[in-house]
Design a protein around this ligand. Structure first.
Ligand code: ATP
Length: 552
């Protein structure tokens, strides 16, 4: 079927320079969208130039079909002449392209071959000389031109034909930075005019910013075709093709690891974007949430978490919850606050990371002129932390038109059932003769009753082999040991029932201490497997927070 969006299509091309002993194209396929900018990348000898030479009929594939504008390429003399007027190649080395004595003759050669009148050809050549700023050296013989000037003339050779596709084979090879900028500028102009541009380059930084699509070749085949961000974040594909990750992405990743930038920011494609991100942190000290406060928008969501000092679990849980919320409410400014003073202090002294407590976040939100605020805790229950958090927020209520609170994770019966279903989606393959023991935190607050209720609800929903206890309160480990023993399981899986898999999960649950849950179960004679998965990692749990915000 003909697809008008596809200007060029290669279907399973094979090409050999040595009578099929080796294949420089080895089952190569690609579809090029009309008007797109495609960077062809890959190690030396991966087949980029060979494919380009097929594109304008210089090489004829041994097998497979090449389509231009939906029609298979016609290899008759007339067909090839037509193809070459529409698909122009600018070679890496201009000397292999320029063969006329003067600049004028050189540029007019191709167009005269198309059979147009000399007057018309003259007009076209003058236009392109003007457009590419060739006038200052137009009277020089071609052999006396500099490398950059030769490149300009070789581009003019092609441009004068008004091609639909321009192919540039490593356009900046052997050019100094000034001429590279000039060629890049010409390429930008071409793409603005809707010409499809295919370019081979080894410059990952340029390709990241310039290309719509990256075609990654490996041994005569397409290894990967996708957006620059898809391709350049695939480290396996990059390593296979001897390419390095663009410096901007490496720097962005490193700044995220150091918590200087938020990983939820869109990946930057150029230095200007990265600079903007960094500028924004300097003007706004707030860590977490959206750095840039939208001046017009007076609505905000404050996400309040207990916190964790473990970066790895924070990224998979709190950061993801916040990212999901920001995605669902792109027009709201997002702020972060943590309630654990100890963790906030630890991060500040250990890593130099500043995370506001609720009061500090509220001061910032007030200073930013927010009028309508939704506060969403990631607390599991409506316990002490949640009560204190509400008090801190409401101390600022006179500055707001409205402040609303989303419920803690487990507030209603629906919440309990949804939390269980969300967890069991991941644990659906748990064999009946094995048990899952979940470790909740627990509190002296009356809200602690929810843990025992939830343990009961697991069974009521048909999960007799799931047990929920707490580190600090009831159900205790003693009670869990008794119940699990009655069930007579072959194996025990331990996982936290806390938003993050932090200190409690690593030490009280999975640690080496004889008091840890894993050691106590092992001492009771069960094989134990620990799973460091925080509740924030379950997609269904993150969805529950979105629902709570909506309900608020
Ligand atoms: N004229 C030729 N004669 C014989 N073999 C060739 C010829 N041109 C290319 N090859 C071989 O075909 C394979 C693909 O080469 P090609 O020039 O298409 O790769 P490329 O991806 O453009 O490489 P580079 O990044 O070095 O420009 C290589 O193994 C190369 O040695």
């Amino acid at each position: 079927m003909k697809n008008d969006d596809i200007i060029l299509k290669a279907d399973d091309l094979y090409f050999s320079y040595d009578n099929e002993k080796t294949h420089s194209l080895n089952g190569f396929s690609v579809e090029i969208r009309r008007g797109s900018k495609v960077a062809f990348m890959g190690a030396n000898g991966s087949g980029k130039s060979t494919f380009f030479l097929c594109c304008n009929g210089i090489h004829r594939p041994d097998a497979g079909t090449l389509y231009f504008n939906g029609e298979p390429v016609d290899y008759s003399r007339k067909g090839l002449l037509k193809l070459r007027s529409k698909v122009g190649i600018i070679f890496q080395d201009p000397d292999s392209q320029l063969f006329s004595a003067s600049v004028y003759q050189e540029i007019s050669f191709g167009i005269l071959n198309l059979g147009i009148s000399e007057d018309e050809a003259k007009k076209e050549v003058e236009n392109v000389i003007d457009y590419l700023e060739i006038t200052p050296f137009r009277h020089k013989p071609t052999h006396a031109l500099s490398g950059g000037q030769k490149k300009q003339v070789s581009i003019a050779d092609i441009l004068v034909m008004h091609p639909d596709i321009i192919i540039l084979d490593e356009p900046s090879a052997a050019l100094d930075p000034k001429h590279t900028t000039m060629v890049n500028h010409i390429v930008d102009q071409l793409t603005c005019e809707g010409i499809t541009v295919m370019m081979s380059t080894h410059d990952v930084n340029y390709a990241l910013e310039w290309a719509d699509d990256i075609a990654l070749l490996h041994e005569g085949r397409m290894l990967m075709f996708g957006s620059p961000l898809e391709v350049f974040t695939n480290k396996t594909a990059l390593a296979k093709t001897n390419l390095e990750q663009p410096a901007i992405l490496e720097l962005f990743e490193s700044l995220c690891k150091k918590d200087i930038l938020k990983p939820s920011l869109p990946l930057p494609r150029n230095l200007a974007t990265l600079e903007k991100y960094i500028e924004e942190i300097n003007t706004k000290k707030q860590y977490g949430g959206k750095h840039e406060v939208c001046k017009e928008c007076k609505k905000a969501i404050l996400v309040v978490s207990f916190g964790t000092s473990y970066e790895e679990t924070r990224k998979k849980t709190i950061d993801r919850i916040e990212a999901d919320i920001q995605k669902a409410y792109p027009d709201c400014n997002l702020y972060r606050a943590w309630t654990s003073k100890m963790i906030i202090k630890k991060l500040k002294t250990r890593d130099g990371i500043v995370i506001p407590n609720v009061k500090e976040a509220m001061e910032q939100i007030t200073a930013d002129g927010i009028t309508d605020l939704v506060v969403q805790p990631t607390h599991v229950i409506n316990g002490i932390e949640n009560d204190l958090m509400k008090e801190d927020v409401l101390a600022f209520s006179e500055h707001f038109s409205s402040i609303r609170f989303g419920d803690a994770l487990l507030t209603t019966t629906r919440d309990n059932e949804e939390a269980i279903s969300s967890l069991m989606e991941t644990w659906k393959d748990l064999p009946k003769d094995e048990v899952l023991v979940l470790m909740g935190h627990g509190t002296t607050h009356y809200a602690n009753a929810i843990y025992a209720a939830l343990d009961y609800t697991f069974k009521d929903m048909g999960y007799e082999n799931v047990f929920l206890g707490t580190v600090e309160a009831y159900p205790t480990m003693m009670s869990l040991l008794r119940q699990v023993k009655e069930y007579k399981p072959k194996k025990i899986h331990l996982a936290p029932f806390m938003i993050v898999a932090g200190d409690h999960a690593r030490n009280d649950m999975a640690g080496e201490d004889p008091e840890s849950w894993s050691r106590q179960f092992m001492d009771a004679g069960y094989p134990v497997e620990c799973h460091l998965i925080g509740l924030g990692e379950y997609e269904g749990i993150r969805r529950m927070f979105l629902r709570h915000i909506k309900e608020a």
